[in-house]
Design a protein around this ligand. Structure first.
Ligand SMILES: NC(=O)c1ccc[n+]([C@@H]2O[C@H](COP(=O)([O-])OP(=O)(O)OC[C@H]3O[C@@H](n4cnc5c(N)ncnc54)[C@H](OP(=O)(O)O)[C@@H]3O)[C@@H](O)[C@H]2O)c1
Length: 325
């Protein structure tokens, strides 16, 4: 990617999109095309096509999506499948029509079968039934990968799909009804500390293992992929296999270890009580990241250092009443 190339970051105000913008700016890319949801509704095919025809981006990072936790996925399954199919179809097609050179589609590890062996390798895609709670979302993401692959085969485009593990970082969602495990732990512990509570209750046994990646490391990985020399990039999108690559740190921790680390960062000294009556979910979810490692990429932020940065951001933007305490 040339430093003055026109680069569209779709979803630039989200957790992933904002990390992409930070990474691109830090590396000197100065022609970023950014549109808020209100300025450009990417489910609107005509508006999306008109944007691409006018602005002619050379590179596209597709990080716009309808995203949410189990509750939102369960309550609004139609919205999740409709909006995600529409956003990605409109962008992938408009990118081809306007001659985009490379496109990176952001997927998620939920595309893999619920009972696939661990760690999850890219070739496990479509080898078994999905986790039912977010199947409409996962099916939309799988369709996005399939679209990238199909456009590459039929039209010679150069689209790649990245599957990140669980992310956290600046601008995360701290709404307890709808947040992922780590931001929920940060908020619960912060509020318990403020109230002087003696314990925080955590769902499940604390034994499931999960992998976490700091969002700026993902941003860095995505820019790394889009900047690969032609030969290496071409190998990732070879027509004989789905053009997808996992992005993670390759290590997992138990929910108990995660909670203990978060408590240390937040300064919550009370008890962690595990509510074993609540479901644990799948025992382990870890991505196989050997393809990224073979290309020479590894994340730079250890878990504790990342949680420290996330907590600082939480206090600055979401807990303003007590910022600085
Ligand atoms: N967060 C994670 O742990 C995680 C893990 C793996 C993969 N991913 C993937 O990364 C991608 C981005 O996730 P995220 O966590 O960054 O989500 P996010 O924080 O919710 O950001 C999504 C962005 O997309 C925008 N958007 C949604 N619908 C739009 C529309 N119709 N038109 C224009 N913009 C629209 C949103 O704007 P508004 O808020 O204004 O609607 C928001 O800025 C998703 O594909 C997700 O699957 C995320």
């Amino acid at each position: 990617m040339e430093k003055h190339a026109r680069i569209f970051v779709a979803g630039h105000r989200g957790l992933v999109g904002s990390a992409l913008v930070r990474s691109l700016r830090e590396k000197g890319y100065d022609q970023l095309l950014l549109r808020t949801h209100a300025e450009l509704d990417l489910t609107d095919q005509a508006a999306t096509r008109a944007f691409f025809a006018l602005e002619k981006p050379a590179y596209v990072f597709l990080a716009a999506a309808r995203v949410g936790g189990i509750l939102a996925n369960d309550t609004y399954p139609a919205d999740f499948i409709r909006d995600n199919l529409a956003i990605q179809s409109n962008i992938v097609d408009a990118a081809w029509r306007s001659g985009v050179e490379r496109l990176l589609f952001l997927g998620s590890s939920c595309i893999y079968p619920k009972l696939a062996p661990q760690p999850l390798r890219e070739e496990y895609l479509l080898t078994g039934p999905l986790e039912p709670t977010n199947r409409p979302y996962a099916v939309a993401k799988i369709a996005g990968i399939e679209m990238c692959w199909s456009y590459n085969r039929q039209y010679g485009t150069r689209y790649l799909a990245a599957m990140p593990t669980n992310l956290y970082g600046p601008g995360d969602n701290y709404d307890l009804d709808n947040s992922h495990v780590l931001p929920a732990l940060i908020r619960k512990m912060h509020e318990a500390k403020q109230r002087g509570d003696g314990e925080v209750v955590i769902w499940g046994t604390g034994t499931p293992r999960r992998e976490f990646l700091y969002s700026d490391d993902l941003g860095d990985a995505c820019v790394f992929l889009m900047s690969l020399p032609d030969e290496k990039y071409a190998a990732l999108i070879a027509p004989d296999k789905a053009p997808l690559i996992n992005i993670g740190c390759g290590e997992d921790v138990t929910i108990r270890e995660l909670a203990e680390t978060a408590a240390g960062v937040v300064g919550f000294g009370g008890q962690l009580r595990f509510d074993t009556g609540k479901p644990d979910g799948t025992p382990r979810k870890l991505l196989d990241v050997s393809a990224m490692n073979a290309l020479g990429w590894r994340p730079g932020t250890p878990l504790r250092a990342g949680i420290e940065k996330a907590y600082l951001d939480f206090r600055t933007h979401f807990a303003t009443a007590d910022a600085g305490k």
